[in-house]
Design a protein around this ligand. Sequence first.
Ligand code: AMP
Ligand code: AMP
Length: 225
Amino acid sequence: MAKSILCIFSVQFLFLLSSAAAQEFDFFYFVLQWPGAYCDARKACCFPTTGKPDADFGIHGLWPNYNDGTYPSNCDSSNPFESSKISDLVTRMQSEWPTLACPSGDGTAFWTHEWEKHGTCSESVLDQHAYFKSSLDLKDQINALEALTKAGIEPNDETYTLENIKDALKEGTGFTPFVECNRDQSGNSQLYQLYFCVDSSSVSLIDCPIYPRGKCGPQIQFPTF
Ligand code: AMP
Ligand code: AMP
């Protein structure tokens, strides 16, 4: 009798544990950022101490999200960012996940912010090394700039339609991202960030369960960098 009660409790406990893990989040947004738009919109943009980044999309972050559009943040203060855990990735991080904040930095502050705010909320799936490595690999896999340039959409201050931008990315990557725009100082709508959706367990691209809110103007400028 005691044994079977124990057994029922442990089954329930295991069930609770697994449902808690499953509830942690539903999918990721993988957010790429066009540095030319960041720098146009913010008077203060500072190149990293390691030099001007390439004219390419940089990583903003990999953000755990819920299907209803809300998201967890700052989930585990006992698991701070430790650069020693990603020392083998630093060269790639500097080129693919560049900081543009002022004053100039080496990227550590930006990566710390992203890990502590977002990364700690998916630590059951991706430890620190896997979180950053998966992000770098996703950026390489998506190759957003190539998808756009193949369709004649280039960072040359010209304007393009949202439909053309989305079609080019769908053609090149297989998936349609959410396009986030910002406004430069003369009020032009600019291509700022791309939100791709990523499966919570296998780190592969998926169709987005929900898009963030927000709208671009009908004509979107793709600024130089
Ligand atoms: P916002 O003020 O909406 O531009 O968002 C400010 C910050 O909140 C973003 O840079 C993200 O870190 C976070 N954030 C906003 N929306 C989301 C979302 N759907 N998923 C994850 N993080 C988000
Ligand atoms: P999040 O809270 O993840 O949405 O990120 C928003 C924060 O990241 C804000 O404080 C932004 O100023 C900062 N941020 C966004 N892009 C960059 C970048 N390229 N370099 C440094 N900080 C950035």
